[in-house]
Every structure is written in C-alpha cells, then in structure tokens.
Design a protein around this ligand. Structure first.
Ligand code: FRU
Length: 488
C-alpha cells in the first residue's frame, strides 16, 4: 500500500521515496499551494540536490509531481524561494500565465573540493505552465559570490510600497540584503546580524515578511541556524523589527534569542509567497528533522517529512511582541470522531494513532507541580508531554519512545519556557505515526518532535504529581489519513 510503511507520516508531507530536507519555493498560484523541496532521488541520505515538487489545493492533501529542477554544470540545486512575477517585471512572460520564478543557490561541489570560497551563487528558473516545468535562465548565476564561504538560500519578496524586489540570503552568520527592479540585475544593499541573535552555527534559509500587530505593522526576519538551537542542533530563530526596503532594524536590543519552535525537529522553515490578500495569512512550513541525526532516522524507503502548516501572527506579551504559530484551520477537515474526555489518573484512553487533542485548564486552581500526557503502546514505549510549574517549563521526553540509539543526540527530554502568565492554559497536540507537534497558549510556544516506536502509539493517559490539575475541557479527535482511503 503506498504510504503505508511503518513510521510513514499519515497527515504530513513526506516524499514517496528517498531523501528530503528543506521546504523550498513555497508559492500559491491559481488554487494550488506549491511545495518544492530539497530532494536527492538517488539515496536516503543527502546527496546532489534537486528540487522535488508536490501541490495541494488545501495545504493538507498533497499530489506528488515530477522533479522540478535537476543539478547542472553550475552545481546542485540548493534551497530557495518561488513567487509569481505578476507584473512581468522580468520580461520572461510569453504565454497567458505570469512567470512563476524560482530563485535557488547553485552549489558547485567541485569548486568546494578545490578549496575555493565562491562555490555558492544565486540563480533563477521560471515556469510558464503553473510550475509543471521550469526553464533555467540562460545568464545564470544572477548574483555572484562576493567571497563568502556559505552564501545561500535566497528568499525574494515584492515590496509593494517601493515597487521593488528584495532578496535576502544567508552568508556565514548573517543575512545579506539585495534589491532589484527586474529580478535579473541585483544591487547589494547591506548586511544584518553580525554578532546578533544565536551565533552557534551557520545561518540558513532566511525569510522576511510583514505582520500586522497591536503595535502596527512589524517585519519578522526568520533565520534557521544549523547548530545552537535551545535543545541542541538545528533550530529556527526570528527577529522582530522595522524594514524600510533597505535596512532591517531589530526591535530587540537586549539580545534574547527568540525561537520559533523549541522542539528539536522544525528546521529550515519558510512561508508561502503570494497568499491572496483576502486570505491574508502568513503560512509557514518546516522540515521535521535536525541535522544532528537527520541522515540516521530509521525510516525506509524515504527519509524526511515536513511539519504541519502553521499560521503565524504577532502577540503582545509581558516581554514584548512574540510570534505565535498555530495549525492551519484546513487541518480540521481531517477530524472524523470526537470524544470529550474526563480525566482521572489511571484512565487509559485508546488512540487511533492519528490524533488531535485540545485541552484547556485553569492554572490558578491547579495544585499539581508537574502534569501532562503519556502517549504509549503495548511495548510501553512512550512519549511524555508535560508542564512543570516550578520551573515554568513545558517538556517532551522521547527517551523511552522506541528506536532512539541511532544517534546519541536523539533521545532526551527537551524543554520550552512558558511565555505568558495567564491562568488559562490551552494545549493543542497533533500525533501522527512518528511525530508529535505541541502548541501551548495559542501558539506562543510550540514544540515539534519526531520519534520511532516499534509499534504504533495507540494509547494515552494523564499524569499529575503532588496535587491536581483543574482541567476545564479536553477533546480528542481521531484524524483521517491523507494518503489512505480506509481512514486508518
Ligand atoms: C539547510 C540547508 C541549506 C541548503 C540546503 C542543502 O538545511 O543546509 O542551507 O541550501 O540545506 O540541501
């Protein structure tokens, strides 16, 4: 059965076979959400990169399409972005559709092996048939490497006020800004980030977008970082500030690093371009893995999955504005059965294994010091999702979750701080075959973790230490698979 293997995600995107890492070229056009991705069709470990391709009409169900971009004499096709050149500023349009343009990094492995620094350059390709085929621009690369060893992952956005294209990319541990009127000639503007934010590893896969907030429109700059995340390895930080079309001014002067997700498995995420104004959401998707162990996770014949799509917003907190990430509402269409749960400790609830749980509780009326859910199976392999009131931290523990010894970095208990002091408490969880996504306080904190039990997780119980939890409501949904027709 396709997509029926052990650990195969049932409502997350994963490639039919072989290796996948970052989402690339997320763009909406004509009723279709495009998802391109870093793909190596030759193996289940990283190799010469292609752009794989899938499309969805609802952000939830995906159709696999053929490979969109193949490596060529200029190099492998590394990460980048795609968008619609609606005004044909590039002059590349010939037919009725405005060009869908993909910007990517050409990575020249032979130059790298020769010890040259200029092995990454920026190129573009365009599609005249709604992303079904791409033509590489004949004067590639369009941005030449200025002598920076890591120089990659271009994100291109249209600045409506200035009528100009902005391109950002990461170079070492900073972001570089460029501008263009026609997408073909680029002017370097400035750098942002040296010595700012988390600097534990190379920066990758930047994104930049405006978000309306209670303090007016702010700009959010998202940057993935390969090492230095709060729970080890790869993670995604963000900055909030202002952007005048040239400079990004960071609001945050106290140098606290802001994290988009505290779990170990949400990396290289970026947002969709060209979401229609009447929708207005900023929809984000990440790669559900971590470079610490990505090439070792025990799945076959594929490796790699994406997170569920999330809608991003800004919320005022006692520490200032923070980004929230919440599951997109389209996921509600996967719900098939609903159960209202009454929690007593010792009660074990059977799970279908594809589940969503929404729990609300009152913290003032809660006396327990530590509480949460234990997801487990017949073999007593488990995943613990909890909150510790003394340390004010959420945690997910996958130490005993099944196959964990493929990497020393994999097992462990991973933490996230609670950001608000509200007495009302909301947990929102998505359990798929091999992943758990946890959203607390309406998305102020999220944690994404993968795990590999020897049998499917099919039960959950509730625990509370030293006191009781005042639960207000707890709803459990069984979810449909997006790949199987028998709904399991
Ligand atoms: C991030 C990344 C990008 C690069 C791509 C290569 O995971 O390292 O910086 O473009 O993967 O596959």
């Amino acid at each position: 059965m396709p997509y029926g293997e052990q650990h195969r995600p049932q409502f997350h995107f994963s490639p039919p076979a072989k290796w996948m890492n970052d989402p690339n070229g997320l763009v909406y056009y004509h009723g279709e959400y495009h998802l391109f991705y870093q793909y190596y069709p030759g193996n289940t470990v990283w190799g010469p990169m292609h752009w794989g391709h899938a499309v969805s009409k609802d952000l939830v169900h995906w159709d696999n399409l053929s490979v969109a971009l193949y490596p060529d004499p200029l190099g492998y096709i590394f990460s980048g972005s795609a968008f619609i050149d609606g005004k044909n500023t590039s002059g590349l349009q010939t037919g009725k559709h405005p060009p869908m343009i993909a910007f990517y990094t050409h990575h020249d492995e032979s130059r790298k092996k020769e010890g040259r620094k200029d092995y990454q350059n920026q190129s573009l390709a365009y599609s005249k048939d709604m992303g079904r085929s791409f033509i590489k621009y004949k004067y590639n690369p369009v941005i030449l490497n200025p002598g920076e060893e890591d120089f990659r992952d271009p994100k291109v956005i249209w600045n409506e006020n200035l009528h100009i294209w902005i391109l950002i990319l990461t170079a070492g541990k900073k972001v570089k800004f460029y501008r263009s009127a026609n997408l073909l000639q680029w002017e370097y503007v400035c750098d942002f980030g040296s010595g700012t934010g988390e600097q534990g590893g190379v920066w990758e896969c930047p994104d930049l977008f405006p978000v309306k907030s209670e303090n007016g429109t702010k700009w959010v700059l998202v940057v993935s970082i390969v090492q230095g995340a709060p729970n080890g390895g790869s993670g995604t930080q963000y900055f909030i500030g202002d952007f005048d079309g040239r400079n990004f001014i960071n609001d945050n002067t106290d140098d606290t690093t802001l994290w988009l997700d505290y779990g170990p498995d949400n990396y290289a995420g970026v947002s969709w371009s060209d979401i229609p104004g009447e929708d207005g959401r900023r929809i984000f998707l990440g790669w559900m893995s971590n470079w610490n162990y990505a090439e070792k996770v025990p799945t076959d014949p594929w490796r790699g999955a994406m997170t569920i799509p999330r809608s991003l917003a800004l919320k005022n907190t006692r520490n200032g504005l923070r980004l929230t990430a919440e599951p997109v509402k389209e996921l509600e269409n996967l719900r098939r059965n609903k159960h209202n749960l009454e929690w007593n400790t010792d009660v074990v609830i059977q799970l279908s294994g594809l589940n969503e749980i929404i729990m609300t509780a009152n913290l003032i009326k809660t006396t327990a010091e530590d509480f949460g859910f234990i997801f487990f199976n017949r073999l007593d392999e488990k995943l613990v999702v909890g909150f510790n009131r003394l340390s004010n931290q959420f945690y997910i523990d996958r130490t005993g979750s099944g196959k964990t010894n493929f990497s020393f970095a994999f097992p462990g208990r991973f933490y996230a701080p609670r950001i608000t002091n509200d007495s009302g408490f909301k947990w929102h969880l998505f359990l798929d075959r091999a992943s758990l996504e946890f959203f607390a306080d309406n998305g102020l904190v999220s944690m994404t973790e993968i795990f590999f039990p020897n049998e499917n997780i099919d039960r959950v119980s509730f625990f509370q230490y030293k006191g009781k939890v005042k639960i207000q409501a707890c709803t459990l949904y069984e979810l449909k698979s997006i790949w199987q027709t028998d709904n399991t």
